[in-house]
Write a protein that binds this ligand. Structure first.
Ligand code: HEM
Length: 448
């Protein structure tokens, strides 16, 4: 066993002793015990890896030796057996079916929806004295996923989706640590009853199904070029089409994975910009010079490097997927230790991306650091890596740059309450309280 907490110290895993709960414990443990550390909880073995070469081995080079971990087992109870939760060969099959919707050329067609939704929000913000940026970023990103991926207006569903997710997160917070012990039972139940009712999230799933039902119904009736039409026409290796449950699972997966993460990143972006006036000034200078008084288009994206750096730097400090897990399928040798089959391995962009070994002044918000050469492999991995890497990365990056550009060009945002905001691990790494901000309409400064 590598070094790590023992005895009572391991109770921190249950969220005790840190405002950041289990995340605080994982960060403290990793910093204190080094790049490969481990501990036992109720007979389960848990490892934290903060060594880029080993992270690459797990996610890429030796990925076939590892399966998804507890988070996916739990998520499976909400979203079913879809792209985000399945293992090979089903995962590969689903990925092939969904990939065309995420090809670069296809992503480019979503740019208009991204700018359009952001411009509408800017107009609305201009009339309001203060706004809850987190709630509005969720509404915005859900509307973008709805329009871009499903050709559906999901604007009115944001509160219902957010309420269902809040309940999932609350339940998940106490179920997840218990799964350190009970996960084999849960997985055995699922193997025996793959289509059996959800053990934990039945009500929440019903609420989400009600939100997506019109999308499924309408698309069955009409041909379209969106992702649902794609799923309806694609066939698996045996020539079979997706059944209704599979289709609903993939739609719920994309709705959840596709909006909450990007919304969290954008929320932190506004918070960080409000606290770093120099960075905000540089951002505005770039937007004024490149865009003047018009909204961005897809062609502008390559000419907005500082805007992209702001988004990257936010993803470094506040990676929405703060940690994800893998489980060795057999005993594996890793970093000089033997990690037994079935152990839990935590990989955490939050831990690694704030490690002073890889980033100078790691806690500082410095978009300028993205001017230089790219960081070493797997010191920055907010979207994961390997065959299960985020399929939505190009979508999210495009949305990040276009939304920041559209809103920051028109408005300045200042914090209503300047007391620091803590992190709160939820469905994505969000803020511990609503971030209220004052939008102030701005006029482009003349370019000299
Ligand atoms: C800032 C935004 C986002 C972040 C930080 C993020 C992060 C991640 C990470 C870390 C994974 C890999 C998890 C693992 O290996 O266990 C993942 C997978 C996934 N993401 Fe994202 N994601 C983001 C946006 C999106 C968007 C916009 C979509 C869809 C429109 C999306 C859909 C998915 C799906 C379907 C998977 C599963 C892929 C697979 O297993 O093949 N994500 N995401």
């Amino acid at each position: 066993m590598p070094p790590g907490p023992r005895g009572l110290e391991t109770l921190g895993f249950f969220g005790a002793g840190s405002r950041a709960g289990i995340l605080g414990f994982l960060v403290r443990t990793s910093r204190r015990y080094g790049p490969v550390c481990g501990f036992g909880i109720l007979g389960a073995r848990i490892y934290i890896i903060d060594e880029p070469a080993l992270i690459e081995e797990i996610l890429v080079r030796r990925q076939h030796e590892f399966a998804r971990d507890t988070g996916a087992t739990l998520l499976r109870e909400l979203v079913g057996d879809g792209l985000l939760t399945s293992e090979e060969p089903r995962h590969r099959e689903r990925r092939r079916m969904l990939q065309p919707a995420f090809h670069r050329a296809q992503i480019a067609t979503y740019a208009q929806a991204m700018v359009g939704e952001a411009a509408q929000l800017a107009a609305d913000w201009a009339t309001r004295p203060s706004v809850d940026v987190g709630a509005d970023m969720r509404r915005l990103t859900l509307a973008v996923v709805g329009t871009a991926l499903f050709g559906a207006d999901m604007r009115g569903s944001a509160d219902a989706v957010a309420a269902a997710l809040r309940r999932v997160v609350r339940k998940g917070a106490w179920i997840a640590p218990l799964l350190a012990l009970g996960e084999p039972l849960l997985r055995a139940y699922r193997r025996r009853f793959p289509d059996g009712p959800s053990l934990f999230f039945g009500a929440e799933r019903r609420d989400l199904d009600a939100v997506i039902a019109p999308i499924v119904a309408r698309r069955r009736a009409a041909e379209g070029r969106d992702i649902v039409s794609l799923l309806l026409t694609e066939r698996d290796e045996r020539g079979a089409a997706l059944n209704d449950d599979d289709l609903r699972n993939e739609i719920v997966t994309l709705v959840l994975a596709g909006h909450e993460t990007t919304a969290a990143a954008l929320t932190w972006t506004w918070y960080l910009l409000a606290q770093h006036p120099d960075a905000a000034r540089k951002l505005r200078a770039e937007l004024d010079a490149v865009l003047g008084d018009r909204d961005p288009t897809l062609d502008d994206v390559a000419r907005l490097p500082y805007t992209a750096a702001v988004f990257n730097e936010t993803l470094r400090l506040y990676p929405p997927a703060l940690a994800f897990g893998r489980r060795p399928i057999t005993d594996v040798a890793l970093g000089g230790y033997t990690i037994p089959r079935g152990s839990s391995i935590f990989l955490s962009p939050y831990i690694t991306q704030r490690n002073p070994r890889w980033f100078a002044d790691p806690e500082a918000f410095l978009p300028e650091r993205w001017d230089g050469p790219a960081p070493a492999k797997f010191t920055f991995f907010p979207f994961g890596g390997g065959a299960k890497m985020c399929i939505g990365e190009p979508f999210s990056r495009l949305e990040g740059v276009l939304v920041i550009a559209t809103l920051a060009r028109r408005l300045d945002l200042t914090l209503v309450d300047a007391t620091p905001v803590e992190i709160a691990p939820g469905a994505a790494l969000g803020p511990s309280r609503p971030i209220m901000m004052r939008p102030i309409q701005r006029i482009a400064e003349p370019v000299i």
